[in-house]
Design a protein around this ligand. Structure first.
Ligand code: ACO
Length: 431
């Protein structure tokens, strides 16, 4: 219970809401009605904008659960398509559901042939995320307005179809973005390959020389997809929910999520980590770089460190470090100078007062760029594959949002502009 801050000192009754785990939440919905004031929470750091049963994060303890399952166990025992199903349906698929889902994904992996024409409109040197964003929104013109409308008239089956299509088509779209930017022939998905294998096949195969499946790399790639599949109400997911609350089609929603993910403070960070490692050069460059970070010179940050929610090690970062060692060993690159530099940089930061006092730890992006680069994926494509993985989370969150029928998303602002005033009489065409 709060009290009005005016003379009346009337009590304001705000209920508290309990989650399954985690801190309670104050239900602010009655605040304006009772007290005539709004809450102020820029960046929504203290605000639960929805109820969700998909992902739970405890940033203080470094815990990440999807539908209750720890990310460590999912990463070890499940495939990315299992996790995609889990996020959307609440349970891991049984054997029959698994087969049917994977068959469905394969059947829907193709893109309408006319989509090839879209690419010709882009400059070859366009950023892959620009092409992904544009073509993805364009898919709505081929696959209808399935999934949502303002009156929620679309059936659950149609919504299901949209989510299947999005998860299925993203790798093809992502690979075609890459192939177009390199002037390479577009490669089609191949039946019999797993989701992760198909991603790599469509990236690296040539018509005359199919990519030779490497199970270690395919499994590593699959686990990278799992680690990026969902992460609660981050900025891109909140964007998908916000845009989706208007009732627009799911392809446009996911395109909006892709735009949000593009930024270097979000999905673009793994690309930025590699640029940073290149800039530092060798371990000898670390002291100078760390001084720039500590002095907060030119806004220099240690990319791949820090997180809005995690104030302990991001559990995905530890898993990513392990995958990094496995992939580099498989490729005979265990002594890769970039890995040595990253390890030393991590050790230095973890023992540095600047990082300790601010509780800054490696996040999921610190090692992912090194792995993807070692696998031959160019850094401009990193965020594209982050988007492929996150589509599993976005569609699950989009469906959950629609099913809860929340009404349109509409935050307010604390207005700090001029009060009412008149346009000067001398101004304008009549003046
Ligand atoms: N390097 C150096 N200093 C940092 C870093 C960093 N990576 N991150 C935060 N800080 C410092 C800030 O300068 C600030 O210092 P101050 O209190 O002296 O002003 C303090 O730590 C708090 O920083 P905020 O920006 O308020 O922290 P916030 O939680 O809002 O930021 C963010 C989180 C954006 C991820 C930030 O840590 C960052 O920019 N990291 C680098 C980019 C990155 O790796 N992003 C990927 C995030 S994970 C993901 O999206 C998948």
């Amino acid at each position: 219970m709060l009290c009005k801050a005016d003379d009346s000192a009337q009590p304001i009754h705000l209920d508290s809401m309990e989650g399954q785990i985690g801190p309670d939440v104050v239900d602010m919905r009655g605040l304006y009605k009772q007290a005539g004031v709004f809450s102020y929470d820029p960046g929504f750091a203290n605000t639960a904008a929805c109820q969700s049963a998909i992902t739970y994060i405890d940033g203080e303890e470094g815990i990440l659960l999807h539908r209750g399952y720890p990310i460590e166990q999912l990463c070890e025992k499940a495939s990315f398509t299992d996790v995609a199903w889990l996020l959307s349906h609440g349970e891991l698929p049984d054997a029959r559901q698994k087969v049917r889902f994977e068959q469905g994904l394969m059947a829907e992996a193709h893109l309408h042939e006319q989509i090839r024409n879209f690419f010709n409109g882009f400059r070859r040197d366009s950023h892959p995320m620009a092409m992904l964003c544009g073509t993805l929104a364009g898919l709505s013109s081929f696959y209808g307005n399935q999934g949502a409308d303002q009156r929620h008239r679309i059936t659950p089956e149609e919504r299901e179809m949209s989510t299947l299509r999005l998860v299925a088509k993203m790798p093809t779209l992502a690979a075609w973005v890459y192939r177009y930017s390199r002037g390479l022939p577009l490669i089609y998905p191949r039946p019999g390959l797993s989701y992760a294998e198909n991603c790599l096949h469509m990236l690296f195969s040539m018509p005359e020389a199919p990519w030779a499946v490497n199970p270690v790399l395919a499994r590593a790639f699959d686990r990278i997809l799992i680690l990026h599949a969902d992460h609660g109400q981050n900025v891109s997911t909140s964007t998908v929910r916000t845009v989706g609350s208007t009732g627009v089609n799911p392809f446009a929603c996911i395109a909006a999520g892709v735009a949000a993910l593009w930024g270097p403070a979000h999905g673009g960070a793994n690309e930025a980590v590699l640029d940073m490692l290149d800039e530092i050069g060798t371990v000898d460059g670390i002291p100078d770089f760390m001084n720039r970070v500590r002095n907060q010179k030119d806004g220099t940050r240690l990319m791949g460190f820090g997180h809005r929610v995690y104030k302990k090690l991001d559990p995905r970062a530890g898993l990513m470090r392990r995958i990094c060692h496995e992939v580099l060993a498989e490729l005979g690159m265990d002594h890769d100078p970039r890995l040595e530099l990253a390890l030393k940089l991590e050790e230095t930061a973890l023992n540095d007062e600047y990082f300790i006092s601010r509780r800054l730890y490696p996040n999921v992006d610190f090692y992912s760029g090194i792995i993807l680069r070692a696998m031959g994926i160019p850094s401009s494509m990193f965020t594209v594959f982050f988007a492929v993985a996150r589509t599993a989370g976005w569609v699950a969150q989009w469906k959950e949002m629609l099913e809860s029928r929340p009404g349109i998303s509409r935050p307010r602002a604390l207005y700090v502009g001029p009060t009412r005033r008149d346009v000067p009489p001398s101004y304008g065409v009549e003046g």
